[in-house]
Design a protein around this ligand. Structure first.
Ligand code: ADP
Ligand code: LRH
Length: 485
């Protein structure tokens, strides 16, 4: 069969990678060309992304990807974490390092915004859950800055990298939905919200959809990477979670998914948004997905909690830590893994201990116990999200799919099955890259709707099944301990 190679650039909060997907009509195969760390940098003005280092990593990755396929890539697609952006001046030059979504500048901003557009109206118009870092709040925090006065264009992170690679500007829709400035019913800008808040939508470049062309690699990029031109860049689900959900190995409709990486994104794929007041109160979001779908999900702090502990402990071996955690008794202490209190970096073991103490539970005394507390807490938050989503969307499920880096953590997968009381099927570790590749291949002629693309995955990717152990009573009891805090 005709096999073509596509490069997926996938930038997560903890690492960036360039993966090569080899796709034919009946198979998809993914291999890693290059991985590089994504280290945020704290400067006097706050926490910033090292965007030039990331772009350097992308160029190194494209060069390595070319080496996998004789310099002939059929196309390139880019996805990254959501909400963050770079500002360009009138010459198209980047004005400063993009601000990290964990930066403190949005503290207290939401309350100011709600004084103009009440939270309930904002939700009814955009369907996006409250998070302090939504682009909307970032823009309100930024707009009095000197830098902002010089800004003529705003590009979300994947669109900024695509601009540097091609010279062309656009705003990809799935990621645009995370700005909280898009109406999930029309899948176009929410003009009224922007106007009421004085946000100039003229800063944004025209919307493009997954599968749309996004330019070709500039001659200088071809020279630097050794690729043979022309190499088109294709818009994909440029929000990493949109690409990851596209690569959930689901059959049918009755499934929930959890993308587990730095964040856990847990929810459902729907055909229409849920914009009820109850849904807002439960902090569920309606992000836009591929092919007219809605990603109805809740953000959970995710393995960030563990990453930050591991960093505080001086990077001990993760495998050893997880093996020890597996021997610690279950559910001794749990914390609310959805709590915004865990958003900022630093002092994570202490903050977890404080949360346990405050809720009258035993304080974990060893690294293994803290690790176990985190994994139990994540599984519990997964359970709550899967249950709440089914109820709020009136959409029952029979199975939970896990994708992302957390699928390498067998204990977390098993605890999630136990907590949900449902079978868990773990799919691709690099789901975002897979979804990225499949959308490129489809734009390049591979036939199939979302279900057909997923069919290709279920036939060619290894899946691991976890069956729930015991009943869910202890999980309900643990939830009750948190709720009565
Ligand atoms: P992101 O895309 O947000 O940067 P990933 O999807 O790459 O995150 O997931 C990163 C997480 O995966 C790490 O924080 C870690 O907890 C987990 N992980 C990575 N490798 C392993 C491993 N070998 N064993 C267990 N967990 C792992
Ligand atoms: C995961 C993710 C998530 C967002 C967060 C900012 O990488 O894109 O979907 O909410 O980063």
């Amino acid at each position: 069969a005709d096999v073509k190679s596509y490069a997926a650039v996938d930038l997560g909060a903890s690492s960036g990678r360039v993966m090569v997907g080899r796709v034919s009509a009946d198979s998809v195969e993914l291999s890693e060309a290059h991985r590089f760390p994504n280290r945020p940098v704290r400067v006097p003005e706050g926490l910033r992304w090292d965007i030039l280092a990331l772009y350097g990593g992308v160029l190194d990755g494209l060069r390595a990807a070319g080496a996998h396929c004789g310099g002939r890539l059929a196309s390139v697609g880019i996805d990254s974490w959501a909400v963050d952006y770079g500002l360009l001046d009138a010459d198209g030059a980047l004005l400063g390092n993009p601000v990290h979504y964990r930066d403190a500048r949005t503290e207290g901003v939401a309350e100011k915004v709600w004084a103009t557009v009440p939270a309930a109206e904002l939700y009814a118009a955009t369907g996006i859950q409250y998070a302090p870092f939504n682009t909307l709040y970032q823009l309100v925090a930024a707009r009095t800055s000197e830098q902002f006065a010089h800004a003529r264009r705003l590009l979300l992170v994947p669109d900024l990298l695509a601009y540097w690679l091609t010279g062309e500007q656009g705003t990809e829709l799935t990621n645009a939905s995370t700005t909280q400035l898009v109406d999930p019913r029309t899948r176009d800008w929410s003009y009224e919200v922007a106007e009421r808040l004085g946000i100039d939508l003229g800063l944004f470049t025209p919307l493009r959809r997954p599968g749309d062309p996004a330019g070709t690699l500039r001659p200088e990029v071809l020279a630097e990477t050794g690729l043979t031109g022309p190499v088109p860049v294709t818009a994909v689900g440029s929000h990493d979670t949109a690409s990851a959900v596209a690569a959930v190995p689901a059959t049918g409709q009755r499934f929930a998914y959890i993308c587990t990486g730095t964040w856990s994104l847990a929810g459902l794929e729907l055909s229409a948004p849920v914009l009820t007041e109850e849904s807002r109160a439960a902090n569920f979001t309606n992000e836009l997905g591929l092919d007219g779908t809605v990603r109805y999900l809740r953000n959970i702090m995710g393995l960030w909690l563990l990453q930050e502990c591991v960093r505080a402990w001086g990077e001990p071996d993760l495998g050893t830590l997880l093996r020890e955690a597996a021997t610690v008794p279950a559910l001794r202490s749990v914390v609310d893994a959805g709590d915004e209190a865990f958003l900022a970096p630093g002092r994570m073991p202490e903050r977890i201990a404080e949360a346990c103490r405050a809720s009258g539970q035993p304080v974990p005394e060893t690294r293994a116990a803290t690790t176990r507390c985190i994994l139990d807490s994540l599984a519990l938050a997964h359970r709550r999200a899967v249950l709440d989503a089914q109820r709020l969307a009136d959409h029952p499920v029979d199975v939970v799919y896990l994708v992302g880096g957390g699928t390498r953590n067998a204990l977390l997968c098993q605890l999630t099955a136990d907590a949900c009381g449902l079978p868990v099927v773990a799919g691709a570790t690099e789901a975002a890259a897979l979804g990225n590749v499949l959308v490129q291949a489809r734009a390049d002629g591979l036939a199939g709707d979302l279900a057909a693309l997923r069919g290709l995955l279920t036939r060619t990717q290894p899946l691991t099944r976890y069956t729930p152990r015991g009943d869910t009573g202890p999980w309900r009891a643990a939830q009750a301990r948190l709720a009565t805090r």
